[in-house]
Design a protein around this ligand. Structure first.
Ligand SMILES: [Zn+2]
Length: 107
C-alpha cells in the first residue's frame, strides 16, 4: 500500500493514479528521493483497504437457507409490534391533543 504524497490517501496499488485525488503515483515517486519514497509505503494487508469516507455497498445476491429466512421474518414481525404500539399511542395522543385543544377553544 502506498500513501499519496499529495492528499495522504492510502492507495492499494502504486501502479494506478491516486484513488482520491487522481495524482499519478508512478510519476510522483520517480521524482522523489529514496528516503521520501520509503516513508510513503504503508505496511498492511492489501486485502484490508483503509476505509475513508462513505463506501458504497452493492448486494447482488445473498445466500440464506429457507428455514432461517422464515425465522428472520418472524423475528422481524415480532420486532415490529412495539413499533406499532408506539405509533398507535402517538396517534392517539395527537388526536387527544387536537380534540382537547378544540374543546377548550369552543368553551
Ligand atoms: Zn492523492
Amino acid at each position: 500500500m502506498i500513501k499519496c504524497p499529495e492528499c495522504g490517501f492510502i492507495n492499494l496499488d502504486a501502479s494506478k493514479p491516486c484513488s482520491d485525488c487522481g495524482l499519478d503515483l508512478i510519476d510522483a515517486l520517480r521524482r522523489m528521493p529514496d528516503e521520501e519514497k520509503q516513508k510513503l509505503y504503508v505496511k498492511g494487508s492489501p486485502r484490508e483497504p483503509v476505509i475513508k469516507g462513505v463506501q458504497k455497498v452493492i448486494i447482488k445476491d445473498f445466500d440464506m437457507p429457507f428455514g432461517s429466512m422464515i425465522l428472520f421474518m418472524f423475528k422481524w414481525g415480532l420486532a415490529a409490534i412495539p413499533a406499532i404500539i408506539m405509533l398507535t399511542a402517538l396517534v392517539v395522543f395527537a388526536l387527544l391533543l387536537i380534540t382537547g385543544a378544540l374543546t377548550s377553544v369552543s368553551k
